[in-house]
Design a protein around this ligand. Structure first.
Ligand SMILES: Cc1cc2nc3c(=O)[nH]c(=O)nc-3n(C[C@H](O)[C@H](O)[C@H](O)COP(=O)(O)OP(=O)(O)OC[C@H]3O[C@@H](n4cnc5c(N)ncnc54)[C@H](O)[C@@H]3O)c2cc1C
Length: 312
């Protein structure tokens, strides 16, 4: 790195993530309202701020009153712990002021902002902690080898300040609407679904029947299995763990777990929909884009109206 690009206010560790200066010919010279150099200046300010807050040089912006997370402005949250759950996936816990709750309504996600290769990046994540948990919130994140945000997250250390804003999401839910709910999730797509299931079981009056089809490659990759098994103890919740790359008998199981194998097909989803016995189906789908598209096609072919299918 050239010495003129080093900033004396920025620590040694953060010097390496300095936003790259645009090359001299990147400004078109026609006086654009927002020039590439304006954007670069903003990125540099953010880089300096991130360094200060990361190392605790600036106070947390969370006020004593009001919400602990803001919709418009990013605020810093201190990373308290990282608990690995399986290869490349961990639960990241962030501190909130004592007694304060994130208080998200059902199936909402929040936005993480980071810097990778000198570029500001943002991605959505869905907290998995209960809205009633006080003093912290948790997100379950899977890291990808070639993922930009994944590379940023990989550098996190306990005590780092991390920027979040939110909540977002249009999902709404009313208890006892008479629906037969079918949720189809793959991998980390389980995160919003867990929120919906928790919401249903926390209301003793809610008699909504909920069936989760959760697909993973193998038994060890089932995320939050203990939490899901606890939810499956409720009379109105059924969970099918579906393994695409394992055979029956090739893995351990816990008492009561229902495990199926292979890919979800049109035929399998038609049977699931038929099990609703005429009750109106409300379907929730969450996974990769191609998984979601396939499941939506199967559900529609099985007779579920498009306006009863939601993806997160
Ligand atoms: C509403 C919403 C909520 C979300 N909640 C969560 C959550 O709770 N936990 C969580 O881990 N993620 C969640 N995601 C996904 C998350 O926002 C990022 O897309 C993900 O972390 C990858 O970001 P990245 O920058 O590391 O990868 P990117 O730079 O965006 O992608 C680069 C490469 O990584 C790989 N990759 C990225 N995503 C996937 C994937 N889903 N499956 C397979 N390969 C992939 C691909 O090879 C891709 O080409 C959510 C997404 C949305 C839209």
């Amino acid at each position: 790195m050239a010495s003129e690009t080093r900033d004396p206010d920025v620590c040694e560790q953060c010097q390496s993530i300095r936003p790259a200066t645009p090359p001299p010919d990147s400004c078109c010279g026609s006086g654009c309202a927002v020039c590439v150099y304006d954007i670069h200046d903003q990125e540099i300010q953010l880089w300096k701020k991130t360094c200060k807050r990361k190392h605790g040089a600036e106070e947390s912006q969370i006020e004593d009153n009001g919400t602990v997370m803001d919709l418009m402005d990013y605020r810093y949250y201190t990373l308290q712990s990282i608990i690995p759950v399986c290869a490349n996936t961990a639960v990241y816990r962030f501190m909130l002021p004592p007694g304060r709750k994130l208080d998200l309504s059902i199936a909402k996600h929040i936005i993480l902002r980071g810097i990778h290769n000198g570029k500001v990046i943002t991605r959505q994540y869905t907290p998995i902690s209960s809205p009633h948990d006080a003093g912290f919130f948790e997100v379950l994140i899977k890291l990808y080898l070639s993922g930009d945000m994944s590379q940023y997250i990989k550098q996190w250390k306990i005590g780092d300040g991390v920027e979040w804003r939110g909540p977002f999401g249009a999902f709404t839910y009313q208890p006892n609407e008479g629906h037969y709910m079918i949720a189809i999730a793959a991998g980390t797509g389980i995160t919003p679904i867990i929120q919906v299931m928790r919401h249903i079981v926390e209301n003793e009056e809610d008699e909504t029947v909920f069936r989760l089809l959760y697909t993973c490659r193998n038994y060890d990759e089932i995320l939050l299995r203990e939490t899901l098994n606890e939810l499956a103890l409720y009379w109105n919740i059924t969970i099918i763990f579906n393994l695409t790359q394992s055979l029956a008998g090739s893995h351990s199981t816990e008492y009561g777990e229902i495990i199926q194998y292979g890919r979800f097909t049109q035929e399998r989803l038609s049977k699931e929909v038929a099990a609703s016995m005429g009750r109106p189906v409300r379907a929730l789908v969450c996974g990769t884009r191609s998984f979601e598209n396939d499941m939506i096609t199967f559900l529609k072919e099985s007779g579920v109206p498009a306006n009863s299918i939601e993806k997160f």
